[in-house]
Design a protein around this ligand. Sequence first.
Ligand code: FES
Ligand code: FE2
Length: 505
Amino acid sequence: MPQHVQQQRSSHGRIATRRLRRGAAVRASAQNDRTKRAAAPPMSELVTAEDEETRMWRERVRSFFCCRWRLCNTSFGSHTTNNPHNPRVFPKQNIETQAEDNERKLEQMTLQMQRLQQSVDATSETRPNVNAPPPQSRQVSDTTNEDGSDVSPSGNSKRLLYTQGLTLEPALKEFWYPVDYSSRLDGGTLIPLELFDIPWVIWRNNEGEVCAVKDSCAHRACPLSLGKVSETGCVQCPYHGWEYDKSGTVKKMPSTPFARNVKVENLVVREADGLIWAWPGEPSRAESTPIPSLLPEGSNFEQHAQIQLDVPVEHGLLMENLLDLSHAPFTHTSTFAKGWPIPDSVKFHLDSGMGIVSGAWDPYPIDMQFVEPCFVISTIGLAAPGDIRRGVKAEDCDKHLRQVHACVPASEGKTRLLYLMHLDFWPWMKNLPLMEELWLSQANQVLGEDLRLVLGQQERMLKSQGDVWGAPVAYDKVGVRYRRWRNQLASCDETKCEVETTELD
Ligand code: FES
Ligand SMILES: [Fe+2]
């Protein structure tokens, strides 16, 4: 249960307990009065005159306590006006009229208080919907600690709630995404892919351009990716042979008179740095948005591996896993973190490098960056090839292994992972036979160690059986900042605002 709800509940609980105690005291007092009244002389003998002013004040005080102590269900008249210890009492007729009047007023007050209580209870019971866009006020705070907790002005620490679900925020579409490697797309190849829940097929036309259209024929919705690239460089449907050009327009309709202006959607695609990039958002914004450069600048890094995997996990959960190094000695005990001791403390020191979050892990010699919208870049300092030594900085090492993870949102709960690995030593190694297979096997093993955990998280999250951001701590800083960025995108979907990354600092 979120802490703010717990706080509200415990606060209501205390109020309810106080009310119960007061109610019990009043009931005891009323019972006492009734006992004494039974033994008291008849009312007619006790009724004497009372001056107006005293009566007025007595009524006011009585009304005040009746409201506060919720005496509404007790007999107002008998409890107060028939008190045998009161030396001044009213004439019997006046007392009865007054009592009836007060009963009516109190019934009205009771009704009002019950309504108020119901509305307060309803507010305290409200649970955030994991898929609902988060309220903006909960996402961006000026008083956020490094561990993601929020310190209120009163000094009481309370947790921020980070909304997380499988929903792919529409604002997430307004970015360039790498969807495959240029080298995989030769002249006759059709590659199917999913991006934001839409199936696409990519191929190269006779001019060598990368083309992408919706992978669903306009005729009978057959997947075009099951067809082939025609002699004219169009994609040909395998069902009745309709052919589509790069704009998605039908150019050929065999065996029937040609119908003009039949087309399917096309996707804006480009090539850069050996990758095929797609723009799933508003096409007019693509030209004005630069494609991010993922290659290391001013160094002697060489690419040794490029891997592509389709993973059945929401891309944000995978991102958060990749942005977390503190789990390594517990999770990767069969691969790269085998034999690592558990440090007393794991920290991430921020710096002003590339991307929204950039910094260095401590005590590991690993620098890490989150680059929007879906990239985790890490540079690992090696004391010797294969030797990650604790307590040193990546920049102090002679040899480095650089990894780029691109987590591309394929559909709800599915991610296409592109992995690029660079080394700044032993350039000859990439020419050794079976190196690609070796790296792929390593990557699969490491991913397998993570995947069973992340899939478990996803299952808990979807069944509302757990909060993946229930208790962030200091080493979750990078993941928290990524999640805040995602949540801010979701709130921007509602307000159509620009993403203010500066608010994350
Ligand atoms: S379904 Fe594609 S041509 Fe008929
Ligand atoms: Fe991991």
